[in-house]
Design a protein around this ligand. Structure first.
Ligand SMILES: *[C@@H]1O[C@H](CO)[C@@H](O)[C@H](O)[C@H]1NC(C)=O
Ligand SMILES: *[C@@H]1O[C@H](CO)[C@@H](O)[C@H](O)[C@H]1NC(C)=O
Ligand SMILES: *[C@@H]1O[C@H](CO)[C@@H](O)[C@H](O)[C@H]1NC(C)=O
Ligand SMILES: *[C@@H]1O[C@H](CO)[C@@H](O)[C@H](O)[C@H]1NC(C)=O
Ligand SMILES: *[C@@H]1O[C@H](CO)[C@@H](O)[C@H](O)[C@H]1NC(C)=O
Ligand SMILES: *[C@@H]1O[C@H](CO)[C@@H](O)[C@H](O)[C@H]1NC(C)=O
Length: 396
């Protein structure tokens, strides 16, 4: 007789069958890439491509693409999001040949050896002085580029344009009440969404929790930096959803605004997000630590595959802004044209080592490992319990 066995009654075993631990196995994860704009003193593009390959970075957004730069990505299997400069939007709109000419220079010689996946016609055109009237030029420019691609027999490259959260979304507090701002919504955003739905493309949005945190003093920095803490949450009283980070609130504000416009199924790509390492309100060390916390939190959140409360698959892609610090910023306290300090958004030093300790590769492997390990340990435990119950039963 083994007395300890009697402490495991059959009823407890049966109960244990119903409390199988929930192991949310991620279905899709966001593709994480970087925005890359080479500066005069940054390393040669082919060295950069090699460094990106060894970090296993699957996607890069080129803000100022040039033929030489695109060529450097040939055979790299890194997918490319190209951006047409704002000053060309007008001519793309009025003349399809100018869109074709751009493709002849930037796409045709490299396709498909360089994996070009999407072309953004301009970036944040609604606040750009280079685009005189986006409401009449933006969608026609996108249509002309789309047709120019089809005329060249290229069907694997999507066309879109890039917006900035801060310039097009009304609020993120709460996300469910967000809409696209008028009049830009009726004049520009809605026609763009219609084009995106028709052509099976994605909405591109720059999303910076950093900017919202700077504007709203009452937001605890931990809430913006994906930290856990007693006050690091915000409730959306309309949907009853509790948000644990500012990033999810902003992404869901975009999703809600799309739903209000009637385009809730268009995929979302976050073309820029990041945190500068030289915030003028704090010392250098603290500021670099905050940037690291944001990027670590962002990457592990995106890799978790949990998506956001309003969109379980989350953003399709997210591009961290940006690979290198801008040229103007160097060790001395250089000032930008508006008198502020030039912000350093770079995540990589010019010697091609990472500024921050971020795990791009293994984060999802760990959660996948856990997803396999936890159920198998649990099953072993169940078998063990079953055996004990049988022994007790036989003993009785
Ligand atoms: C290229 O990248 C895609 C997705 O990023 C991946 O599915 C594919 O296996 C890669 N191909 C090679 C040859 O590495
Ligand atoms: C259209 O664009 C092409 C290529 O840039 C240029 O050669 C042509 O002159 C343009 N035509 C008009 C009418 O602007
Ligand atoms: C739209 O894209 C999805 C996924 O990329 C694809 O499965 C679908 O066939 C596409 N539809 C059209 C009409 O191109
Ligand atoms: C850094 O900025 C200072 C001016 O603030 C300038 O004199 C110096 O040449 C710059 N250094 C580099 C490497 O760009
Ligand atoms: C900042 O640096 C740039 C290039 O290094 C230089 O041209 C500019 O004058 C500097 N500005 C200030 C305010 O030092
Ligand atoms: C790369 O540059 C950074 C900053 O200049 C420096 O801290 C780091 O030690 C360098 N790494 C290597 C491997 O040279």
């Amino acid at each position: 007789m083994l007395p300890s066995l009697t402490t495991t009654p059959l009823s407890l075993f049966i109960l244990s069958l119903f409390i199988f631990p929930s192991t949310a196995v991620p279905t899709t994860t966001t593709t994480i890439g970087f925005t890359y704009s080479p500066a005069a003193n940054s390393p040669p593009p082919d060295h950069v491509v090699t460094a990106l390959q060894s970090l296993k970075i699957p996607a890069v957004r080129l803000l100022n693409p040039s033929p030489a730069l695109i060529r450097a990505f040939s055979y790299s299997n890194i997918s490319l999001l190209l951006t047409v400069p704002n000053h060309l939007v007008g001519s793309f709109a009025s003349n399809r040949s100018s869109a074709t000419l751009w493709l002849y220079n930037n796409v045709l010689p490299f396709h498909p050896r360089a994996r070009i996946s999407l072309i953004s016609v301009g970036s944040d055109v609604i606040s750009s002085s280079d685009v005189s009237d986006p409401s009449t030029s933006l969608v026609p420019a996108m249509q002309n580029l789309h047709h120019a691609l089809l005329d060249l027999g290229i069907r694997t490259v999507s066309v879109s344009t890039t917006f900035s959260f801060i310039n097009v979304i009304t609020t993120a507090f709460p996300p469910s009440s967000a809409e696209f701002q008028e009049p830009v919504n009726s004049l520009v955003v809605r026609p763009v969404l219609e084009f995106l739905e028709e052509t099976n493309s994605s909405l591109l949005m720059n999303v910076y929790p950093y900017n919202v945190y700077q504007l709203r003093g009452e937001i605890p920095v931990g809430f913006a930096l994906f930290q856990e803490g007693p006050f690091y949450f915000r409730d959306d009283v309309v949907t009853g959803v509790r948000y644990h980070n500012l990033f999810d609130m902003m992404v869901d504000a975009v999703i809600a605004a799309m739903a209000v416009s009637g385009y809730e199924n268009v995929p979302l790509i976050l073309t820029e997000t990041g945190w500068p390492s030289n915030d003028e309100h704090m010392n250098a060390e603290e500021s670099q630590l905050y940037a690291e916390k944001y990027l670590q939190g962002l990457v592990s959140h995106l890799k978790s595959g949990l998506g956001t409360p309003l969109r379980k698959e989350g953003a399709a892609e997210a591009y961290i802004y940006q690979l290198f610090d801008d040229t103007e910023s160097n060790q001395t306290n250089n000032l930008s044209s508006d008198g502020g300090t030039v912000q350093k958004w770079g995540v990589m030093y010019r010697n091609l080592t990472m500024k921050y300790n971020i795990n791009f590769d293994n984060a999802d492997q760990n959660s996948r490992m856990l997803g396999v390990l936890v159920p198998s340990i649990y099953l072993l435990w169940l078998l063990y319990q079953l055996l004990f119950c049988l022994l007790v039963w036989i003993d009785d």
